[in-house]
Design a protein around this ligand. Structure first.
Ligand SMILES: Cc1cc2nc3c(=O)[nH]c(=O)nc-3n(C[C@H](O)[C@H](O)[C@H](O)COP(=O)(O)O)c2cc1C
Length: 290
């Protein structure tokens, strides 16, 4: 997103200042979820984007970029947060790049180059994409191991996410733990229900972002989840709440107002192999191409 452009169109300089330029005392006092989201957002906009713009396009990289990150890292320490947290480690890496670039050196990015897929591996990726189906009937005699569920949850978190705000939260419910909690769904009894919640507090960190990005963040996680389930040998189906289910789950898990219950996916060992729901050809779906 072109943050500068959006800001110019909709906000005064004072409003922008208030949205992004918090004092160290204010940052130290705010709730931890919001602070960490602000930390991620600032690192994203003031360092991650800027470091690569400098390295690959020669855009000037100012000391201010570095000082913003350093300010947030000082508050991190003041709050007694761990240096093992993912956002702190990432910020430290970016800060290293930024300092090298400011000193006129080009950081060595070579260790981050992905191992590109061989043609054979690309065929396997295609199988994951094109053999995934929505599975709605389950072999409940086979228990899905927690380790497999954890791998799927991790895949959801590695989806693209606007400004690296990390809003996704999970509710993982085995049907056997509380049968009928999800009644009202088209598909009764999915052995493992993965509910995707979003902690809306993180979006306070970027209030100029369009609201639709929130739901897109969740959609990206959901797609990773159904693909990962398939890749790891499970079936999955993306499902839809009705209002009563939402209320039941909200009450059962005492879900606070700032937690938005967006969608859910059932996963388990499949007892069916559905025929593919055929899709249109891309050439028939192109609105314009130049
Ligand atoms: C946001 C979303 C909501 C869905 N809700 C339901 C649902 O309530 N019930 C259901 O049986 N399938 C649901 N699905 C699954 C779709 O029906 C399914 O993905 C589509 O028919 C294509 O089939 P495939 O997934 O096997 O390729 C949903 C999928 C998405 C992305």
């Amino acid at each position: 997103m072109k943050l500068d452009k959006l800001i110019e169109e909709t906000r005064t300089a004072d409003e922008i200042n208030r949205l992004f330029n918090w004092s160290e005392d204010e940052l130290a006092a705010m709730d931890e979820t919001e602070f960490r989201a602000r930390f991620r957002e600032r690192c994203h906009h003031t360092m991650e984007i800027q470091v690569y713009e400098n390295a690959f396009r020669g855009k000037p990289l100012s000391e201010k970029q570095v000082s913003t990150a350093e300010k947030y890292m000082r508050v991190w320490d003041r709050r007694g947060l761990s240096h093992d947290c993912h956002e702190y480690k990432f910020a430290a890496t970016l800060l290293g790049f930024a300092k090298q670039l400011i000193a006129g050196e080009i950081p060595d990015f070579s260790s981050y180059e992905p191992k590109w897929l061989t043609p054979e591996e690309q065929e396997i990726f295609d199988r994951v994409l094109y053999e995934r189906r929505s599975v709605r009937h389950w072999d409940t005699s086979r228990r899905v191991p927690n380790e497999l569920i954890d791998r799927i949850l991790r895949a959801g978190l590695w989806a693209a996410h606007a400004c690296n705000l990390q809003s996704i939260r999970y509710l993982v419910v085995r049907e056997e733990s509380e049968p009928g909690l999800f009644r009202g769904s088209d598909i009764p009894g999915g052995p493992v229900h993965i509910v995707l919640l979003q902690d809306e507090r993180v979006y306070r960190a970027n209030q100029v972002m369009p609201d639709y990005n929130h739901i897109l963040d969740c959609g990206a996680a959901g797609q990773n989840i159904v693909l990962a389930a398939h890749a790891y040998g499970l079936g999955g189906v993306w499902l839809t709440f009705n209002q009563k289910m939402r209320e039941r789950l909200t009450e059962r898990f005492e879900i606070p107002d700032y937690m938005n219950m967006v969608t859910y996916v059932d996963v388990g060992y499949p007892a069916q192999s559905p025929a593919p729901v055929l899709r249109p050809e891309p050439e028939d779906m192109i609105f314009a191409r130049i």
